[in-house]
Design a protein around this ligand. Structure first.
Ligand code: HEM
Length: 398
């Protein structure tokens, strides 16, 4: 019989900070698709299996349009849901999505990202120097995991050096799942205003960055602002949490950490395995545009589907011993960057950052360890869009 999940789990099992919530793993055990009841009672679906998740993401009958996606919540919040603002293409379908993605895609090629490697190496070394100089203990989030992706996004967007402090502060405060609604709206508005100014400045005076490049296209200022916002929202918190949670996972798996230290060649594979194992971008929603047969069920037109990337990445039919972190496994094919037309645009950049940062960190501090008991590491609430640690106190021998 068909398994039903009535509410999205709000917590993970104590002592298992890296595993998806037990209810979702349990749902996968019953089958790759479950019934799900949205708040307010609207029926929907929950996809926990790898193959079905992948097929939904590759199927244009499933929409990412914001006004459809949030449909089930209208009843409970009374909020009117509008189409995504111009430029925010992650919440659009074709052809609108492609109109934005196409001109951008050329800026994120593997070649261009390799050129950024040197820059990432420099920034990483600078932050490790600063940590070493200040001495132990340190919060790895503020000292290392948050600033590296923030600086890379600033360089990509061409944010001038003197604006970076305030920019980074605002950008991080609307993510954590903990900031109050008012503060979140205030931070969001401030970032919007800043990006509008930035776009105007790039038009008047182009520099060598993605935003300036795009002023050559037929995109409006409003659209460019939307694109800037998407890059920021998608590229900062995700990578920062991968770096911090990934370090936590390595510290809890000393044999894996030792393997990474011993073998620099392992870095590429290690990054993909950490992405699979941690799946910090846990779930996304899609809405059926027509009736779709899926896993023996009919998803009716207009019905929303929650796709659980984290359990798809722990599907035992796709990955052997899925709950084990094994840096030597072939984890490619994981869904941590999504799949289909919305597959992460910044995956090359994110990969470069992780490939450089993890080995550099663990080699600079051979005695790196948690400065508090593992149970005391503050985790983000399950309700946060992106999973991770709030802070990661670490120490080392000097
Ligand atoms: C889309 C994950 C880093 C830019 C996505 C999606 C996922 C994801 C799962 C698909 C969303 C969906 O299915 O609707 C991640 C993770 C990252 C990361 C885990 C870090 C480890 C970045 C970076 C950038 C970026 C560094 C940019 C600088 C984007 C953009 C999209 C996207 C623009 C939307 C693509 C589209 O709709 O066509 N990301 N991302 N991401 N990501 Fe990333």
């Amino acid at each position: 019989s068909l398994h039903t999940v009535t509410t999205m789990p709000t917590a993970r099992r104590p002592g298992c900070p890296f595993d998806p919530p037990a209810e979702l793993i349990d749902a996968r055990r019953h089958g790759p698709i479950s019934r799900y009841t949205f708040p307010g009672g609207k029926p929907g679906w929950l996809i926990t299996g790898y193959d079905l998740a992948r097929s939904v993401l590759a199927d244009s009958r499933f929409s990412s349009r914001r006004e459809l996606m949030l449909h089930p919540y209208i009843d409970t919040t009374g909020m009117e849901v509008h189409p995504a603002p111009p430029g925010e293409f992650v919440l659009m379908d074709e052809p609108q999505h492609g109109r934005y993605r196409k001109p951008l895609a050329g800026k994120f090629t593997a070649r261009r990202m390799r050129l950024l490697t040197e820059r990432v190496e420099q920034i990483t070394a600078d932050h490790l120097d600063a940590m070493e100089k200040a001495g132990p203990p340190a919060d790895l989030v503020t000292a290392f995991a948050a600033p590296i992706p923030a600086i890379m996004i600033c360089e990509l967007l061409g944010v001038p050096y003197q604006d970076r402090g305030s920019f980074q502060k605002q950008a991080t405060s609307f993510h954590s799942g903990e900031t109050s609604d008012e503060d979140q709206i205030a931070a969001y508005t401030a970032i919007q205003d800043y990006l509008a100014e930035l776009v105007a400045a790039k038009r008047a005076n182009p520099t060598d960055d993605v935003l300036s490049d795009l002023t050559d296209s037929d995109l409006t200022d409003e659209e460019l602002r939307g694109i800037g916002l998407v890059l920021l929202v998608a590229g900062l918190d995700t990578t920062a949490n991968m770096l911090a949670l990934g370090t936590f996972a390595l510290l809890r798996n000393p044999a894996q950490l030792a393997a990474l230290r011993a073998d620099p060649e392992l870095a590429d594979q290690a990054v993909d395995e950490l992405l699979r194992y941690l799946s910090v971008a846990k779930t996304f929603m899609r809405t059926a545009l027509e009736d779709v047969e899926l896993g023996g069920q009919t998803i009716e037109a207009g019905t929303a589907v929650i796709v659980s990337y984290s359990t798809a990445n722990r599907d035992p039919e796709r990955f052997a011993d899925p709950h084990v972190l094994d840096l030597r496994r072939k984890a490619d094919g994981h869904l941590a960057f999504g799949h289909g037309i919305h597959h992460c645009l910044g995956h090359q950049l994110a990969r470069v950052e992780m490939r450089v940062a993890f080995p550099a960190l663990v080699n600079r501090f051979p005695t790196l360890r948690l400065a508090v008991p593992a149970e005391e590491v503050g985790l983000r609430p399950e309700t946060a869009d992106i999973y991770g640690v709030k802070s990661l106190p670490v120490t080392w021998d000097v």
